[in-house]
Structure formats: C-alpha cells, structure tokens
Design a protein around this ligand. Structure first.
Ligand SMILES: *Cc1c(COP(=O)(O)O)cnc(C)c1O
Length: 393
C-alpha cells in the first residue's frame, strides 16, 4: 500500500492521541449533563470549566469571556450578525471586512447586506495583506464592526492584527478576528492586541471537529444565535458537547504551549518544500513569503488545472487541496486568488499544501518527488500550455 501523505492541515487536522485520551472518559464514565446537580453531572461541569480556562489562557482572555460553539463558522456568524443587530438599534449599520475572508464571514456579511446593512470590502493586494491605513480610512461614524481574519486559510498570509486592533480601539469601533487558522501558529493576546471578538475551531489544531469557541470581551452584549436553555451564561443554548469541549481545551493547551518551537520545525519543512516546488518552470508562490503561516504553501502552475493535479497527487497517496475545502467541488476559481489579483485561468491551477507538526521530512520528500512529473504530464496534455509555450517562442 502507498503511504498516505496528509498535507491538507488547513482543511482539518488529525485529532491528537492525547486529545482523544482526554475525551474518552467523558463518553463512558463522566457522561452526566453539566446542568445536573448530582455528582456525575458536576464532574462533567468540571471538565467544561477546566476547558474554558484552557481556552482563555491560550489567548489571554478571562474564562467568563469564552463561549463554546459548534465550530468556527458558528462563532463567525454569531459575532458578526450579533454585533450588527445590536448596533443597528443605535444607527450603526456599516460593516468593514476584507475581500478574502472565509465564507462564514463573507456570507454572513452578504446576509446582512440583504437586511439593509452596508459592507465595505477592503482590498488585500498582491501580497495578500490588508493595509491598516485602509481600515482607518474606511471607518465612519456609523461603522459597527471591523472583521479581519488573523490568517488566511488558502494562502496563509498573517494580517497585521495588532495594528488593526489599535486603530479600531482608538476610533471606538468593535473588532472581530477569525483566528481559526492562527491558533497555535501565532502568539495571540486579545487584551494586548485590542481584539473584542475572536473565533476559533478545534479541528484546525488537532482537536475534535464540531467544537469551537467565540471570545467576547467582557461587557459586550448582543443577541443570541441559539435560544433555549441557560447554558453558556444564558448566551448559547443547548446541552454542552462535553467530550468535544474537553478535547478543545486539551488541544489548544498543547498547540499553544511552545509556539516558537512548534512553528520552527514546521516552517523548516515548509521552506524546503517551497524552494523545491519553485524549481518547476512557470510556477509561483501565492501570498507574501514572510508574513505567512508556518505550514502554508500555495502555488500556481501555469497551463494546468487544479482539480486534475489533485486527483493525480491523490493517486500517489498525497492529500492536498486547491484553494479551500469549502470551495472544491465547485468549479469557480478561488475568491482568495482572485482577490490578490490573479487572472481566472491561473487561479484555476492552484495547489495548497498545508503542513502541521505531524508531518515529517519524508512527507516533503514524497511531495517533491511526485509533483514535478505530474505537472509535466498535465502540461503535455494541456492545450492551454501549448498556447503559453507558442506565445513565448
Ligand atoms: C475552517 C475555517 C472556518 C470554519 O470553521 P469550522 O469549525 O469548520 O466551522 C472558519 N474560518 C477559517 C479561516 C477556517 O479556516
């Protein structure tokens, strides 16, 4: 059997064995409802409380500022729609975001536009970075919220979040960041970085799927997304996903325990990968090389189509992606690559390789061995490539 090289950690990660181990008792012995007063319920409550503290500690928040959700998408929806609806009552109906956010943010913004909110989409330029000055210039007296992602999920670029946070705080505008890709990769301190709301998701840092959290600065009030029981301080109803929450807590603690050490190892593998892949003629790296997540590499190869590339890599046991997992299956080119100015035909030929701390140097070797002949084969069959070569001669 071919060895599987999993290189799509921006789509999801494997759950760490230590995380699974932490979760297991909450299925079998500590299965009580945290809202129940008897012992087995209160033991589950302790697990939830402990995890809330672990999440808070990882981002410099208070445990009372952490609300568990079903994942990153729910946290994004809740933050954006909640703040928009709360501040609309005060006449603030203007929202600012960037053109290359995750769809959980962009589609929430579109839903609000249909309700009469006005949305400014900031450009991200060829390097895939938002300019803090653009944020400052876009803020108006009626601006309710700025939402800029911490790191992009396709091209991995890390945004100047502390600068943007300082601008928003100075101008008295609330600031939300989707930090789903950044947890465990970048030092995040919500207080020092002036972040009012932050979304995170367990399955992007070796935690379980279907669990995430919204950090919401103390004192901020906005409507609930899910109404019902009194869980999560009356703000997010539904019996807690106790094993998931415990797993999220364990995973975020591990992911943030030694960020410099963890990222240095991943980045060394990633840099060797980038240098090797860019040997392929007419290939390019998308997004700024310096300000990017340690594990992210995103390439374009002229003259070929991303989907065929992925299928041929898969046949060699290599799991990678073209753009994001959420848009594959649709034939539209990535909105992220279009936002950094790539023409449609090039945005179709993209490849995202995202490494995590469970990848090895052997994985990088396998990718560097498999990729060049696949690109060559696809180009040999491509009418587009033929045209590119003819135009050149
Ligand atoms: C994966 C991801 C999400 C969605 O998180 P889920 O937990 O899968 O809902 C949101 N934003 C970014 C940047 C992501 O990478």
């Amino acid at each position: 059997m071919t060895r599987i090289v999993y290189a799509d950690n921006a789509a999801t990660t494997s759950t760490a064995p230590s995380v699974v181990k932490a979760m297991l008792p909450y299925f079998t012995e500590l299965y009580g409802n945290p809202s129940s007063l008897y012992t087995v319920g209160q033991e589950a409550r302790e697990g939830v409380d402990h995890a809330r503290q672990q999440v808070a500690d990882a981002i410099g928040a208070l445990s009372s500022e952490i609300f568990f959700t079903s994942g990153g998408s729910e946290a994004d929806n809740w933050a954006i729609k909640g703040i928009a609806h709360a501040l609309a009552a005060k006449g603030k109906k203007h929202l600012i975001t960037s053109a290359f956010e995750h769809h959980a943010v962009l589609h929430s913004m579109e839903a609000l536009q249909k309700e009469g909110f006005e949305v400014t989409l900031l450009p991200v330029y060829e390097n895939g970075l938002v300019k803090p000055q653009d944020v400052a210039d876009a803020i108006r007296p009626d601006t309710a919220l700025v939402s800029i992602m911490y790191a992009n999920n396709e091209i991995g670029t890390i945004q100047p979040i502390p600068e943007i946070g300082a601008i928003c705080r100075e101008k008295g505008v609330l600031f939300h960041t989707d930090a789903v890709q950044a947890i465990g990769m970048v030092d995040i301190d919500v207080k020092a970085q002036n972040i009012d709301l932050l979304s995170l998701s367990g399955h992007k840092f070796h935690g379980p799927k279907g669990i995430g959290a919204l950090y919401c600065r103390r004192g901020l009030r906005f409507p609930n997304l899910i109404d019902g029981g009194a869980q999560e301080l009356n703000r997010r109803a539904g019996t807690e996903n106790v094993p998931g929450i415990v797993g999220l807590g364990a995973a975020i603690q591990e992911a943030t325990a030694d960020i410099p050490g963890r990222t240095a190892r991943i980045q060394a593998m990633r840099d060797r990968l980038i240098d090797g892949v860019l040997q392929i003629p007419r290939s390019r790296l998308n997004g700024d090389r310096q300000h990017r997540l340690a594990g992210n590499a995103n390439f374009c190869f002229e003259g070929i189509e991303g989907e065929s590339l992925l299928l041929m890599l898969d046949a060699k046991g290599i799991a990678a992606s073209s753009g994001s997992a959420c848009t594959s299956g649709s034939l539209d080119p990535s909105h992220v690559l279009l936002a950094i100015g790539l023409p449609h035909e090039i945005a179709h030929g993209s490849l995202r390789i995202s490494l995590s701390d469970v990848n090895t140097e052997e994985d990088v070797d396998a990718i560097l061995e498999a990729l060049p002949p696949i690109v060559e084969r696809l180009r040999a069959m491509s009418p587009l490539w033929e045209r590119i070569v003819q135009n050149q001669s």
